[in-house]
Design a protein around this ligand. Structure first.
Ligand SMILES: [Zn+2]
Length: 250
């Protein structure tokens, strides 16, 4: 029998050190306790060119051959940017699926994405393609028997203290750091959320009868190797602009 990629069964036993939970943030794409990834601003990088072409298009007479030329130019530029973005998503998701047996993320809804994008320019909205990212990551994980867990969108990841579990109603969207009123732990908003997301995802896996082995020795090696690969694969030869350092190892 020829085994195709689609016959690979999901792993029933995975190691906790090979599981990572990420929080999504507006300033950085994905944040975990150990690692932070930002996505390049593909559209923003080309925003000047795009604006110029859009302006030129609006000035040309409808139906004229000049207008058509500009229209084609504009379509090609959008295609070029879209291809660059897709290439990046493929590389990133490939790398993630190679290093982790379990990846835990929030299941963002449209409203969440709008909130995520609120107050930022349209180019950022274009730069962010959550559905595409999830779709590609899901099949790459499945191809290796890994698990992609999407935590319920109503899970209060930002409001829970990852240390004592207290739910604080006072944490606002603008609070980047906060202190737990119960145990006094200081939290970075996104890192705290990512720890809660990971915890919740581990519960989901356990509820689905996946056994999780917790062997503390050599903890972090999966993340370290992932970090190295990401640096080599995505950032060294990058021709696009990052707004913040593209990679931080915690
Ligand atoms: Zn606490």
């Amino acid at each position: 029998m020829i085994e195709t990629e689609h016959t690979i069964l999901p792993k029933q036993v995975i190691r906790e050190k090979n599981i990572i939970g990420f929080d999504m943030s507006a300033s950085n794409f994905l944040i975990a306790k150990e690692v932070e990834l930002s996505s390049p601003r593909w559209y923003r990088t080309e925003e000047g060119k795009l604006k110029k072409l859009h302006r030129a298009l609006s000035r040309k007479k409808k139906g004229s051959s000049n207008r058509n030329k500009v229209r084609v130019k504009l379509a090609r530029l959008y295609e070029k940017i879209g291809n660059r973005k897709l290439d990046w998503v493929h590389k990133l998701t490939f790398c993630m699926s190679q290093h982790f047996e379990g990846i835990i993320l929030e299941n963002l809804n449209i409203k969440g994405i709008q909130q995520f994008n609120s107050g930022v320019s349209k180019s950022v909205t274009l730069d962010f393609s959550w559905n595409q990212f999830i779709h590609i990551l899901k099949y790459k994980m499945e191809d290796r028997g890994g698990h992609l867990v999407l935590v319920d969108r109503y899970f209060p990841s930002s409001k829970l203290c990852s240390k004592c579990g207290f739910k604080s109603k006072d944490v606002k969207l603008t609070d980047r750091v906060w202190t737990c009123p119960k145990c006094s732990a200081h939290h970075d908003r996104d890192i705290n959320a990512s720890i809660n997301i990971k915890k919740e995802g581990l519960n989901c896996l356990k509820n689905n009868h996946i056994k999780i082995i917790n062997d503390d020795d050599a903890a972090g090696t999966a993340v370290d190797a992932f970090g190295e690969d990401i640096r080599l694969m995505l950032y060294q030869q990058s021709s696009v602009n990052y707004e913040s350092p593209p990679f931080r190892a915690g």
